[in-house]
Ligand binder design. Structure first.
Ligand code: SME
Length: 159
């Protein structure tokens, strides 16, 4: 059993502690799927107001569903399509306050209202995207973006 000490008094504290916990739990594990699975579980447990969190991996030129927490989701997403595909195509974090205002948003869970997608890039190449969905409009801010980018950067070498 893992015991984590997560301080949620501020977002900065929360992301600092989540990063440390994820570092500890993935440091000696070479299997990428195992590491993505534990990352999804950790984010799901400690980030409030999510209805989905998980990974899409770049396989054969398209995004394929990876480990996640939440409802059954779309399995394959073309690069360039939806919020995930846009993050994959541009290698830029996508912070979407209202998914219904995002052209081409792919609705896997009708409850989703806002979304944050962070590309995971290793040696300049896209490996996967980290996708977080919330039922609240405007749930994610730039602190969430920066926090999740740090998580994506840590995971880049471990997936
Ligand atoms: N909404 C995403 C699809 C993935 S699900 O949210 C899990 C998108 O538009 O790419």
């Amino acid at each position: 059993m893992y015991e984590f000490s997560i301080d949620a008094r501020s977002k900065a504290d929360l992301y600092r502690d989540l990063l440390a916990a994820l570092d500890a739990v993935t440091a000696s594990e070479p299997d990428g799927v195992a590491n993505m699975a534990n990352a999804a579980a950790l984010l799901w447990e400690y980030l409030p107001d999510l209805n989905w969190v998980g990974f899409y991996r770049l396989i054969g030129g398209e995004l394929v569903l990876g480990p996640f927490q939440g409802k059954v989701a779309c399995i394959r997403i073309a690069v360039g399509k939806g919020v995930c595909g846009t993050a994959a195509a541009t290698l830029q974090t996508q912070l979407v306050a209202d998914v219904h205002a995002f052209p081409g948003h792919i609705a896997c869970d009708a409850a989703s209202a806002s979304e944050l997608v962070v590309p995971i890039v290793k040696e300049g190449k896209l490996r996967a995207v980290l996708d977080l969905d919330s039922p609240l409009v405007g749930r994610f801010d730039t602190e969430d973006g920066v926090g999740c980018e740090a998580i994506a950067s840590l995971l880049a070498a471990r997936i």
